[in-house]
Design a protein around this ligand. Sequence first.
Ligand code: SF4
Length: 360
Amino acid sequence: MKDENSVLKAIPERLLAWYDRCARKLPWRENRDPYRIWISEIMLQQTRVEAVKEYYTRFLAAFPDVFSLANAPEEQVLKLWEGLGYYSRARNLQKAARVVAEECEGRFPRSAAELSRLPGIGSYTAGAISSIAFDCREAAVDGNVLRVAARLLASGDNVSRQAVKNEVAEQIRAVIPERAGDFNQSLMELGATVCLPNGEPLCGECPLAEVCEGRKQGIAAELPVKIQKKERTAEQKTVFILLWNGYAAFRKRPEKGLLAGMWEFPNIPGALTREQAIRQLEEWGLALLDLSQTAPAKHIFTHREWHMSGWLAHVEPRGSAADFLWAGREQTERELTVPSAFAAFTKILRREWDNAPRRE
Ligand code: SF4
């Protein structure tokens, strides 16, 4: 990121002049009524401007102010929301309307901090209402603004990270001019109509082209960098600590994939009951001498979690027993790499060895 202060300081004047000339006429821009601005911001979450217009007009006709929305039957609110999806938005809208009507005499708080205490209002929406309705110098950083900022600054930071979003909000807050609401809207407008997503910025039409580092460096179309953190998948496993005459059973993990080539306690997917565990031991060709359940354990990898239940079994292999490596304590500690994902079970095994006579 290069000299972000000088780049960002250069944008308010240029952007506001452009906004005054080119802003789209939208129904929620007719006046600065915080109620109307709030409704539009909630409707615009996850929904395109064109799709929102009609809903907005109908909604405002049915509920022209915060009291009418607060007092309406919920079914009527949901009906007018039908087709917009994400119905929790509509329910939160009415909850927040009731708070404003009953606790604030119908007046919306001015500060983003107070606004964000209302149901359904996050930091972006709070900043948008506070700045657009009251010209408070609050940043309102949505996906459009993140994209514009990343390109202006030629920043390769991952904008999916909350820390990066916070930093962008701070940088923008530092240059917000008096016309805070118009400035925030001009940034969003630029993102929506000129600095378009998916590698298609219309730099030739952009009022910020001469200060834009991303354009100058020829990398604007590749920005912003968005690396979504993958959801972790949870896997349930049953881990067996199998002991035979002081030797413990291990098997080698596949040579490719997670913990490739490392040694592990025999384990299988799912959480096995005692009966299922006994059947599993039989399948492995092991005669059972004693069986007790261990405490469960959990291990978190980057993209998955293992939730493990465990059984400690003293066994005796039969002729056709599964092909495990039976290792004594010294060999285990000297030669086998057992991943820390199994640390809880390794600890139990050590305790067993501590309490048993050495046999190696
Ligand atoms: Fe976006 Fe291009 Fe304008 Fe830079 S010059 S802000 S990349 S449209």
